[in-house]
Design a protein around this ligand. Structure first.
Ligand SMILES: *Cc1c(COP(=O)(O)O)cnc(C)c1O
Length: 406
């Protein structure tokens, strides 16, 4: 595993924080801007880019992405209120299964531009609430769980579509849904198009195959009903490879493929909504080794914090890539706990053997007091973690931004 070294700014902050401010989440906001600009530049200008806020909704992250995205995708009433406040006046798409009437009503009130409707029932609820609030021209994209072409899911880590799941409408409901939106039943709603988010963890060729199949399916649906669909959202799920962190999703190849798709469907606005692949790389969970011990032949280092702060390795069952930052000072008169073996398993402070951050890390000579920076902690990290378990203190948060603000 080649672990990307922390950026100089992250390294400096990791080494300068006092122990009691560790663990910490350190975000390199300037690096995030650079990455987002690269992604935006790789996409044809006609492709719309929404950021899926659930990957990391920190206000500083949402704001830094602002210049590079066309809008944000939110998946709950909480995200809706939060993103509306953090990024006022930006277009929002409201998706997710099980939207409550109260969430839908507040989305209508806040002027959400697009609803990703997940079922026929939800369509009726949305229509009834739009009528009651007298909101007209409510934009609807029907979210479908579409079949996935060939072996596109072979490298997927998480499949939301192409198999039985609670997400989206079944294709068998497509004709009913389109009819309800075009025969005058629901005059407050306007059918904008089709949405599908079928899998995550996909490389560019599989993403392109899926995007093409979604667009073809949507074009067939439109032709069958003689309606115009203005938009197709082909979802997120661009891969982040935790085992090979230096191998980024091939945005250039993806952009080229999307450009071809856009040329073939000139009437259509194509939209993507990545989360993980935009923000994973900018975040670091940094901490300090508290103890090092040999147990039945295996070396363990216990660090301040653990998977209650960085749940990603536990949920994805991987080893979080990390870098050791040696600290020479040792304030105690007794011997410093030091790894005898060349590989060390890094665990947290939780009283469970599942609290594993990274196994068998090559870290010869690792010592108590050394610092460790876990990479790729900018998405699905802090915000998916069960931080109240065992009542340890929360991490501190640092947003490093060297970009001059105008
Ligand atoms: C989670 C989610 C995304 C983002 O997925 P990533 O794997 O983070 O890119 C996009 N769209 C929908 C509907 C989602 O649920």
């Amino acid at each position: 595993m080649t672990t990307p070294a922390p950026t100089p700014a992250v390294r400096d902050r990791t080494l300068s924080l006092p122990s009691h401010e560790l663990p910490a989440y350190v975000y390199d906001v300037s690096a995030l801007r650079t990455h987002a600009a690269t992604v935006r530049a790789a996409l044809p200008p006609s492709i719309e880019l929404y950021y899926a806020a659930k990957a990391n909704p920190e206000p500083e992250i949402l704001a830094a992405l602002g210049p590079y995205v066309d809008g944000y995708e939110v998946s709950s009433g909480g995200e809706l209120a939060h993103v509306r406040k953090a990024a006022p006046d930006r277009p929002l798409a409201f998706g997710g299964p099980g939207k409550t009437p109260a969430e839908i009503a507040s989305a209508l009130e806040l002027g959400v531009a697009r609803f990703h409707v997940e079922s026929i029932h939800e369509l009726h609820v949305l229509a009834a609430l739009a009528r009651r609030a007298d909101v007209r021209d409510v934009g609807v994209l029907l979210r479908f769980n579409l079949p996935v072409p060939g072996d596109s899911l072979a490298d997927s880590s998480l499949a939301m579509g192409g198999r039985p799941t609670p997400f989206g409408l079944d294709p068998a409901d497509a004709d009913t849904a389109v009819r309800l939106l075009t025969d005058g039943t629901h005059p407050h709603l306007r059918l904008l198009g089709v949405h599908a988010h079928l899998a995550s963890g996909l490389h560019a060729p599989a993403q392109l195959a899926i995007a093409a199949s979604i667009v073809t399916w949507a074009a067939d649906l439109a032709a069958r009903h003689r309606v115009r669909l203005a938009e197709v959202n082909v979802g997120g799920g661009m891969t982040v490879d935790y085992a090979a962190p230096d191998q980024l999703f091939d945005w250039a190849a993806y952009g080229t493929g999307l450009a071809r798709l856009a040329v073939a469907h000139p009437d259509l606005t194509l939209r993507i909504e990545p989360g993980r692949a935009l923000t994973a790389y900018c975040g670091w969970y940094v901490t300090q080794v508290l103890d090092v011990k040999l147990s039945h032949g295996e070396e363990f280092a216990v660090v301040r914090g653990g998977t209650h702060h960085l749940r990603t390795p536990a949920t994805k069952n991987h080893d979080q890539p990390c870098t050791v930052l040696p600290v020479d000072a040792w304030p105690h008169p007794w011997p410093r706990p030091t790894a005898q073996h060349s590989r060390v398993t890094l665990t947290g402070q939780l009283c469970t053997p599942k609290d594993l951050l990274s196994r068998h890390v090559p870290a010869p000579g690792l010592r108590a007091g050394d610092r460790v920076a876990f990479a790729l902690a900018g998405a699905y990290a802090w915000n998916i973690s069960h931080h109240d378990f065992l009542m340890h203190p929360r991490p501190t948060f640092h947003f490093l931004d060297r970009t001059p603000q105008t």
